[in-house]
Design a protein around this ligand. Sequence first.
Ligand code: HPA
Length: 268
Amino acid sequence: MLEEIKNTAAWIREQTSGFRPEIGIVLGTGLGDFAEQIEAAYSLDYKSIPGFPVSTVEGHKGRMIFGTLEGRKVVAMQGRFHYYEGYTMQQVTFPVRVMQQLGIRYLFVSNASGGINTSFRVGDLMVITDHINLMPNPLIGPNLTELGPRFPDMHNCYDKELIARATAIAEQENIKLQYGVYVGGTGPTFETQAEYRYFKAIGGDAAGMSTVPEVIVARHMSIPVFGVSVITNCGLSDEIGDHEDVQLQGKKAGVKMQRLFRRMIKEL
Ligand code: HPA
């Protein structure tokens, strides 16, 4: 496993003339536009990268973009691998481990999720303050001791200092932020109404099908994480959202997220 990770990282280094990103960014459903803001130096399709699985989900472009943003060297994943697609947790988290080998010192993650906090509205941005993992843990199996400990601590999983910076920037930029706990389930079904109530009862604010595995492996490797979720629907509402409106709200929220990420990266 470790050898595969290192081989892939070495291959990428070769393709990108030794490009050394400082910041890794994972772009979730509908948020791939952000990649256009990067002054791209190299772009690699997942399908060309040895060791990478191939993304099957619509709306996910499936490539890694290397370049600069606000003068900082970044690598962005346009599209991610989900457990519900049938990949193993090792496959889902493989790119994050590769990005660590390439040198990233921060990981920014984003996703779309269903709000279960009743004060949330469609189009809100939720800063992820913590998560509840309802998927298999990606660290099950022999520990990769070179990467991190057998029993990694998950306190301060979402970096408090980065959250505080996001709050300060959002105030200056007049971006409304919500804060909450992301519950990661396997999908691919959306939750039943009873399940949304259950997620709320156990302390969740938003429900989704990604992010948690990547964050767990990043924290295993002691990489500080910042995460934002775009609320695209409200799970506990009786109304079934108008699909077009949900997409529009998602797009608008994506623009806010991009502004926030950009300024945070500038000020890191
Ligand atoms: N549940 C799970 N994942 C999601 C949802 C949801 O309601 N909305 C967007 N992704």
